[in-house]
Design a protein. Structure first.
Length: 163
């Protein structure tokens, strides 16, 4: 079951949102806080004992809070703080305006017990690039109710990121 706007508002699943206008019929728009450029190689293994997350450098918005991004891959973070209870999970989708400009978001499953601002991969495919303004609505998070509460909650290294 996907949670409607009214349930999301009363459930305190999201804090630090900029406006109630972000709450849509079946999800909440996520707004751009930071953009990072990748500066190094990453490493992924089975049990994370040799995992190394790619280094990234924060990019700065101009004086009018705009940023021009060329084709490529970027890491982004959001203003909104998400807290997912034991009986829910969430997925994030790109906003259609982002897609129509030749860019998209890629994300993983947001598990029960996760909390944080989240980071995602922003891919710019448009050969002319894209202009993004600070606080632009670029994604939409959709919350789903599980058939029952899970006994295991998310306890990974990203829990509580970007408090």
């Amino acid at each position: 079951m996907i949670l409607p706007k009214e349930h999301i508002l009363k459930s305190n699943l999201i804090s630090d949102f900029l406006s109630e206008e972000q709450f849509q019929p079946s999800g909440v728009d996520l707004t751009l806080k930071k953009v990072f450029a990748f500066k190094g190689i990453g490493r992924i293994d089975f049990d994370n004992s040799e995992r190394k997350i790619s280094e990234a450098k924060e990019l700065k918005f101009d004086g009018k809070e705009w940023m021009k991004l060329g084709q490529g891959a970027y890491k982004v973070s959001f203003n909104e703080y998400i807290k997912i209870p034991q009986d829910m999970m969430a997925l994030v989708f790109p906003r259609s305006s982002l897609l129509r400009c030749g860019a998209t978001l890629h994300t993983a499953v947001w598990d029960p017990g996760y909390e944080g601002r989240g980071e995602m991969l922003l891919s710019v495919y448009n050969k002319h690039g894209i202009m993004l303004k600070k606080n632009a609505r670029i994604g939409q998070i959709v919350f789903m109710k599980l058939v029952e509460e899970t006994k295991h909650r998310y306890e990974g290294v990203y829990k509580g990121e970007h408090r």
